[in-house]
Ligand binder design. Structure first.
Ligand SMILES: NC(=O)c1ccc[n+]([C@@H]2O[C@H](COP(=O)([O-])OP(=O)(O)OC[C@H]3O[C@@H](n4cnc5c(N)ncnc54)[C@H](O)[C@@H]3O)[C@@H](O)[C@H]2O)c1
Length: 239
């Protein structure tokens, strides 16, 4: 059990990569709160769904008050909730830009602004931002998404510095997945996915469990000397 009795918060935990992270953490002994706009049911009783929009700052305050009252502490935060609104820059509306920035970038800021200082007070914690290969290399039609995913890597590096002050052992890292088989990918046509498979050394998309495995490692004490690091989990993809 690599996360025995740890309390973990996973945003966007109802489906896809987030759900796989919740289930993986629970199997490793964590008590997990899966926060999501759409609450899901889980078979594992160690996972509780909680309705929360990561853009709603007052609801986030209420959520952490609940989490601390109910669980006593927060050991792990995974900032996983994310959306896409793709278009070439000349076709990208202000609404598309704002929607993605609000969820993927400001949502991560909102969730961490309370969790980081809380973990510093506790003296320890682990925060993992879910970035993307698109934040590392850019991608046609994803100005907004690429900006947010490069942004969560930048914030991760900043928080690794901020939250390790005053002797606190709060580690902050990110995981940058390549293309992974989830609902998000169902909107992407094969004419886009086939060249991606070709550009991936391992010749296929990833599975949510393969991302969750990397997140588990960074969340666990096995990664006790790793902070400020972006871990690419992409099968050898270069965009
Ligand atoms: N699927 C991929 O290929 C891929 C690749 C790289 C990075 N990522 C990143 O991994 C993360 C998870 O992606 P996924 O493919 O599992 O996505 P998904 O669409 O399957 O799931 C995302 C979850 O986030 C929730 N969510 C969306 N907006 C929210 C909000 N404002 N507040 C709370 N919850 C919200 C949704 O309800 C959903 O349950 C995202 O950050 C995504 O950008 C995915």
């Amino acid at each position: 059990m690599r996360l025995k009795d740890k309390v973990a918060v996973v945003t966007g935990g109802s489906q896809g990569i987030g759900r796989s992270i919740c289930e993986t953490f629970a199997r490793e002994g964590a008590k997990v709160i899966a926060v999501d706009m759409n609450v899901a049911e889980f078979e594992n009783e160690s996972i509780k769904g909680y309705a929360l929009n990561v853009t709603d700052r007052s609801a986030i305050e209420a959520f952490y008050a609940f989490a601390v009252a109910e669980y006593g502490r927060v050991d792990i935060l995974v900032n996983n909730a994310g959306i896409t609104r793709d278009a070439l820059i000349n076709k990208m509306t202000e609404d598309m830009w704002d929607a993605v920035i609000n969820v993927n970038l400001k949502g991560v800021f909102n969730m961490t602004q309370i969790a980081g200082p809380l973990m510093m007070e506790q003296g320890s914690g682990s925060i993992i931002n879910i970035a993307s290969v698109v934040g590392e290399y850019g991608n046609v039609g994803q100005s907004n998404y690429a900006a947010t995913k490069a942004g969560v890597i930048g914030m991760m590096k900043t928080w690794a510095k901020e939250f390790s002050r005053k002797g606190a052992a709060v580690r902050v890292n990110s995981v940058a997945p390549g293309y992974v088989n989830t609902e998000m990918m169902k909107t992407v046509p094969d004419k886009v996915l086939d060249p991606i498979r070709e550009k991936t050394m391992l010749g296929r998309l990833g599975e949510p469990q393969e991302i969750a495995n990397a997140v588990l490692f960074l969340a666990s004490d096995e990664a006790s000397f790793i902070t400020g690091h972006n871990l690419s989990v992409n099968g050898g993809l270069r965009l």
